[in-house]
Design a protein. Structure first.
Lengths: 115, 110
């Protein structure tokens, strides 16, 4: 099966700092990657869709200047939480689409805690 | 607006006590309905994809079915290791993005 890796798995930062989370497809080229956020005991909420080489498409209510997404290659997308605040503390999960199949593969998630 | 609703929110079963989880959906142009298992602190683990009404898929103690309005995940003779949150998601239109339901937290007791 296809493998998607996220790094870091856990990160703690101070309020006001920026944090970058990486999502890599290890054994396939991902034409599209998706970023989700999950609060405790809640489901996954789609934040944005990123396509390699183009600007990300953000879901309604997601601040694009706060959550910067870069999809620079077919195997790497990054999510940068800028000027993080405690309310940004959450579980961030990426998924990658192996082009044309509709199949999505998920990373293991990154737990962000903002103090 | 596309919507996915799962029930129950939580389910406690005795080991061996079979049951079903429900996923109701309202979506335009369904391309696929997905079931995932999620353990605490982990990303979703793929279980099944169903594409058309009447389709069924099985894997070990799990069987997923699909109608035009809902999907069921049947768990036969569950074991404690089946304890997890089960997520349903739909894919619609011309995009690969998934819209998730709120999940069902399943606990199976020995």
């Amino acid at each position: 099966g296809a493998v998607v890796s996220q790094h870091p798995s856990r990160v703690i930062c101070k309020s006001g700092t920026s944090v970058k989370i990486e999502c890599r497809s290890l054994d396939f080229q991902a034409t599209t990657m998706f970023w989700y956020r999950q609060f405790p005991k809640q489901s996954l909420m789609l934040m944005a869709t990123s396509n390699e080489g183009s600007k990300a498409t953000y879901e309604q209510g997601v601040e694009k200047d706060k959550f910067l997404i870069n999809h620079a290659s077919l195997t790497l997308s990054t999510l940068t939480v800028t000027s993080a605040h405690p309310e940004d503390s959450s579980f961030y999960i990426c998924s990658a689409s192996r082009g044309g199949t509709g199949e999505l593969f998920f990373g293991e998630g990154s737990r962000l805690t903002v103090l | 607006e596309d919507q996915v609703t799962q029930s129950p929110e939580a389910l406690r079963l005795q080991e061996g006590e079979s049951s079903s989880l429900n996923c109701s959906y309202t979506v335009s142009g369904l391309r696929g309905l997905f079931w995932y298992r999620q353990d605490p602190g982990k990303g979703p683990e793929f279980l099944f994809t169903l594409y058309s009404a009447g389709e069924e898929k099985e894997k070990e103690r799990l069987k997923a079915t699909l109608t035009k309005k809902e999907s069921f995940l049947h768990i036969t003779a569950p074991k404690p290791e089946d304890s997890a949150t089960y997520l349903c998601a739909v894919q619609a239109g011309d995009t690969d993005k998934l819209i998730f339901g709120t999940g069902t937290r399943l606990q199976v007791f020995p």
